[in-house]
Design a protein around this ligand. Sequence first.
Ligand SMILES: C[S@@+](CC[C@H](N)C(=O)[O-])C[C@H]1O[C@@H](n2cnc3c(N)ncnc32)[C@H](O)[C@@H]1O
Length: 221
Amino acid sequence: MIDARPFDPEQIQRAYDRRSWLYGKLVAPFEFRNHRRAIAKAKIESSDKVLEVAVGPGRAFLEIVKRIDRNNIACGVDAAPGMLALARRTLEAAGYDNFDLREGDARELDFDNGTFDVLYNAYMLDLIPFADIPGILAEFHRVLKPGGRLVLLNMSKRDDERVSWYERLYGGLPGSFVLNVMGACRPVLMGEFVGQAGFVGVEREFVKGVIPSEIITARVG
Ligand SMILES: C[S@@+](CC[C@H](N)C(=O)[O-])C[C@H]1O[C@@H](n2cnc3c(N)ncnc32)[C@H](O)[C@@H]1O
């Protein structure tokens, strides 16, 4: 695995703000199949309290909201206001209003300890530097209830035996290209990090495809 290029959180937020519409049209459709597979693993019950961190254009968030009661509220957070506006439109166009979408940073979630049954996070840890990942996973652990389920979907690779062509490009191309075209994402394997953050029952599935990905499931013991 290679580390993320050193973009600061404001650069990431601005880049995703600028490219929110394009991301929603060009990238998100390729990832949707993986989201459906990952969300199925969350085994969401209609009364579950669910948080999605980094909702992006809201396609996965809509799938989550469809699975809960109309009088239950799903929560979503994203760092980029442009993404949140898109997500709101996605949900409203589908006729849903039982959601709470807020601007925020995964490093410091504005929710009480033990609030959620399920936390879903997709294609975000792959743009976060390794140094920040333990703190983010500690936040995920903190806001989940005892027994709460974590589901992560990340850009990934089958194993960590060799540096892939994508990682070589990611490491070698100009920073502005990596940030604005590649979305600052590189393949990661998060299973060990999740175990080290205190989660139990950690499992990983590798998913081949246009965007090779991993689905990590785990729970709070
Ligand atoms: C590659 S997109 C994925 C969006 C969505 N999860 C999906 O799969 O379509 C990355 C998203 O993470 C958000 N993001 C990046 N860093 C974040 C952070 N530290 N906290 C919250 N959101 C963040 C970006 O604004 C962007 O919407």
